[in-house]
Write a protein that binds this ligand. Structure first.
Ligand SMILES: Nc1nc2c(c(=O)[nH]1)N[C@H]1C(S)=C(S)[C@@H](COP(=O)(O)OP(=O)(O)OC[C@H]3O[C@@H](n4cnc5c(=O)[nH]c(N)nc54)[C@H](O)[C@@H]3O)O[C@H]1N2
Ligand SMILES: Nc1nc2c(c(=O)[nH]1)N[C@H]1C(S)=C(S)[C@@H](COP(=O)(O)OP(=O)(O)OC[C@H]3O[C@@H](n4cnc5c(=O)[nH]c(N)nc54)[C@H](O)[C@@H]3O)O[C@H]1N2
Ligand code: SF4
Ligand SMILES: [Mo]
Length: 749
């Protein structure tokens, strides 16, 4: 007899609902669930990943039992141990290290939003360490910071019938976000509403647009300043809104005066007339929306000013919190991650040990406290652990040198840092020197291969899901597990809880299962776990013009900023080393002059580089196990325009090697439509079918673009510490050596 259970796919952040047919605790079939958010047949038809759920549940390469290292680190020799053996030993070793070096000796690494990270963060908090690393400086957070400090909270695009113009800036939802949002953009592209895409590559999103602007990478701040100049010059400003709700308009006017379209055209290498056209389309629409992404999140020094300038574009055109523009999210009704993590409760201890403080005065506990003092006025809690996450340059340094204190242990959850963190050689060396590494993953990865323990994580379908975006919006989606985890896998929550119980944290983990923890998270709301499981979503529609709502004293609540208004000129940022108004930063230089000279003499050419632009079907270093995907996209590629290829003497399919001071990686050339002065290299490539032991580490040294990148603070953004994966430089040369991805390649040859 089979049963039918609701559950969710988690192969992307969209978490589509499914119905699983379950027999004797095993899923025998899985079908889309039309009754639950966010069902859309077009999305499922366009998604190549979901059928993989069944295969992955019981894939022969999955890790099913706790593994303990035998032999040298990386030697690939493991023994299966029981959970008790593994957790008792890990806890004992962590306790010993804590006694010797203090709790800050434990660091952690996380990746993209593959799971709920607050259980790890809670564990770290209670252990006493602030040293969680991850996406805190490069994915999502720079935008959160600048939105919060300009508007008092985060903003989201609200594309409705009212929307009269859309700008998509440095994001390519056609590949990165196969969701309703992309479907909506396609409709906009076909309608009368102008759709503008700003991207050095002619992406599928750009192809759907009315206007494609391709600035030189990393010049977006100048472009935004140029747009502001035109809006002001041509009086496309919503004066009523600006007078009532914006602070520092006159300062902004003076600031952008020199940024004429002609000046900006020179910097960005786009026609001045295009800059005027974009400004006119955006400024003359009654309502306009603007969405940005990774293309401007990961550009080092310029990240904060670019986001600030974009905030100003929305504000002076009045496109804030009105239907069809960009709306302020609301704090969550359910318990926010900041509270689940215990960050605020243990603030003092974490702050004392925080490595970031003097280096990145915003991305640290002191910066968080200053921002929190503003947002708490409207009762909103920031996801503290992301916004304070430790800078990898500093943590790696503490691993390498023991300064300012030794970091000797590492927990790695849902990330593959040897492929996805900057400067692979450095990460590799640092990991090799540690006393204890614990990895939680589904698979043996190159990173897991270096661990002392690999713990088998339960995936979607086997665990409940609750995607809450750090609690910066009043929405969460997901649903229940269809089955108990297969074999001896456990949910990430349970693993951290069981470890916590062994380290004196018993009282802080009252909920035994992740399901109970989610039910507790929902407890302040009217929705129960059962309601949530049934509908697949917690959502309360947001209101508009919330700044006009009257507070208890009968005056409009305004914006949760220093001045209560939208801060075009920031009163806050100078307190943390920033400027009142956006000023573009310098670009990251990965190649030293000596290196360029030496390589040039050897026949290499210098060229601009962007990395990791999203493509289906892979996701960072994931899904390379899928044979159908591998057939469809068999080789790591570097994209370039036809003119660039001709200039470099290359043709489609040629092998090339890219290099910087940090290292090298090899790719195949693909010819696409994009700017002529830049190339785009894939990221995440390794061979899951090879064994992960040293020295091959799953083949990850060959085509790993992060062998070239760097997270060093010296050229990072000074308040947050953002490093660059875009707007980079590298050297390139043709390389005829066969790549291991080619058919017939033999490892022995
Ligand atoms: N298939 C797939 N989907 C994913 C992921 C994945 O790995 N694979 N990862 C997920 C994650 S972690 C994230 S953060 C999101 C990111 O999702 P997006 O923000 O949509 O990221 P990308 O698709 O890389 O789009 C960034 C775009 O910026 C452009 N760009 C690069 N440099 C510049 C620049 O200097 N200026 C401008 N204006 N544009 C620039 C690139 O050409 C690229 O098209 O995607 C998520 N979705
Ligand atoms: N050069 C370059 N580097 C980049 C980027 C870029 O564009 N260019 N993008 C950056 C960005 S935005 C991001 S977000 C990161 C992404 O970086 P990562 O998140 O490190 O990348 P993934 O390859 O998705 O690694 C996820 C790992 O987690 C495992 N996993 C998945 N789900 C779970 C789970 O529920 N529990 C556990 N325990 N494990 C799980 C997977 O098996 C996989 O090994 O990369 C960053 N690095
Ligand atoms: S769109 Fe994302 S969540 Fe939905 S089925 Fe595809 S991979 Fe899964
Ligand atoms: Mo990301």
């Amino acid at each position: 007899m089979s049963e039918f259970k609701k559950t969710n796919c988690h192969f992307c952040g969209y978490l589509c609902g499914f119905v699983a047919e379950v027999e004797k605790g095993r899923v025998i079939d899985l079908q889309p669930d039309p009754t639950r958010y966010p069902y859309d047949p077009r999305i499922l038809a366009g998604c190549r990943r979901w059928p993989m759920n069944l295969e992955v549940l019981d894939h022969e390469d999955r890790i099913n039992y706790p593994l303990r290292r035998l032999g040298e680190r990386g030697s690939g020799q493991w023994e299966r141990v029981s959970w008790d053996e593994a957790l008792d030993d890990i806890a004992a070793r962590l306790e010993e290290l804590r006694q010797t070096y203090g709790p800050q000796t434990l660091a952690s690494m996380i990746g993209g939003p593959h799971t709920s990270f607050w259980p790890l963060h809670r564990f770290m908090t209670l252990f006493g360490s602030p040293n969680n690393m991850g996406i805190g400086q490069i994915c999502w957070n720079p935008r959160i910071w600048m939105d919060v400090l300009t508007f008092g909270w985060t903003v989201e695009a609200d594309i409705t019938e009212d929307t009269g113009c859309v700008i998509i800036w440095g994001t390519n939802p056609a590949e990165s976000d196969n969701s309703m949002f992309w479907r909506r953009l396609l409709e906009i592209g076909r309608s009368e509403v102008p759709l503008i895409v700003i991207d050095p590559r002619r992406t599928r999103t750009a192809a759907a647009a009315d206007l494609w602007i391709a600035p030189k990478p990393g010049t977006d701040c100048a472009l935004a300043l140029g747009l502001l100049h035109v809006l002001i010059d041509e009086d496309l400003v919503d004066h009523e809104f600006v007078d009532a709700w914006c602070h520092g308009y006159e300062e902004l006017v003076a600031h952008v005066a020199p940024w004429t379209p002609e000046v900006v055209a020179e910097i960005c290498d786009v026609p001045a007339e295009d800059i005027r056209r974009v400004a006119r389309l955006f400024g003359s629409a009654a309502t306009a929306a603007l969405i940005s992404g990774r293309g401007i999140d990961q550009v080092g020094e310029s990240v904060a000013p670019t986001h600030r300038a974009i905030c100003c574009l929305r504000a002076i055109t009045g496109n804030v919190d009105k239907p069809g523009s960009c709306v302020l999210a609301e704090g969550s009704d359910f318990i926010a991650e900041g509270d689940l993590e215990g960050t605020y409760e243990h603030f003092e201890a974490l702050n004392e040990r925080c490595l970031n403080t003097p280096y990145t005065p915003l991305q640290c506990y002191e910066g968080l406290a200053k921002a929190e003092a503003l947002t708490e006025r409207l009762g909103r809690k920031l996801p503290g652990r992301y916004l304070t996450s430790a800078h990898p340059d500093l943590v790696l340094q503490a691993m390498e040198t023991g300064e300012p204190y030794p970091v000797r242990a590492l927990i790695v959850e849902a990330t593959n840092p040897l492929l996805t963190y900057a400067d692979t050689h450095r990460v590799y060396k640092a990991l090799k020197g540690l006393d204890l590494i614990v990895v939680l993953d589904y698979w043996m990865t190159p990173t897991a291969a270096l661990a002392d323990y690999v713990l088998p994580a339960a995936g979607a379908i086997e665990r409940p899901t609750f995607q809450a975006h750090g609690g910066v919006a009043n929405i969460a989606y997901g649903g229940p597990a269809a089955v108990a985890p297969y074999y001896e896998r456990k949910t990430d929550y349970e693993i951290f809880r069981l470890l916590g119980l062994r380290l004196g944290q018993a009282e802080q983990w009252p909920q035994e299962t992740f399901e109970e923890a989610i039910a507790y998270t929902l407890s302040p709301t009217a929705q129960t776990w059962e309601d949530y499981s049934d509908s697949g979503i917690y959502f309360r529609p947001y209101g508009y013009a919330k700044h006009e709502q009257l507070n208890e004293e009968g005056i409009p609540q305004g914006f949760a900023t220093t001045t209560g208004k939208i801060e075009l000129a920031s009163e806050f940022l100078p307190q943390v080393g920033g400027t009142r108004l956006p000023v573009p930063g310098k670009r990251r230089q990965l190649c030293s002059p000596e290196f360029i000279k030496e390589k040039t003499a050897e026949g290499w050419t210098s060229i601009d580089l962007i990395t990791g632009a999203r493509k289906q079907p892979y996701n960072a270093s994931m899904y390379f196990q899928n044979q159908a995907f591998r057939q469809k996209s068999p080789e790591p590629v570097v994209e370039m325009s036809e003119a660039t290829a001709a200039r470099l003497g290359l043709e489609a399919g040629d092998g090339v090697v890219l290099a910087t001071d940090q290292g090298e990686a090899r790719f195949k050339v693909a010819i696409v439509v994009m700017r002529d002065d830049v190339i785009n290299a894939d990221y995440g490539w390794w061979h899951p079918e090879w064994s992960c032991e040293e020295p091959a580490l799953g083949g990850m040294w060959e085509s790993n673009i992060n062998c070239l990148t760097s997270c060093s603070l010296d050229q990072g953004e000074p308040m947050i510490g953002t490093w660059s994966y875009n707007a980079l430089d590298c050297m390139i040369k043709k390389d005829d050596r066969p790549l291991s991805w080619e058919p017939g390649f033999s490892r022995e040859a």
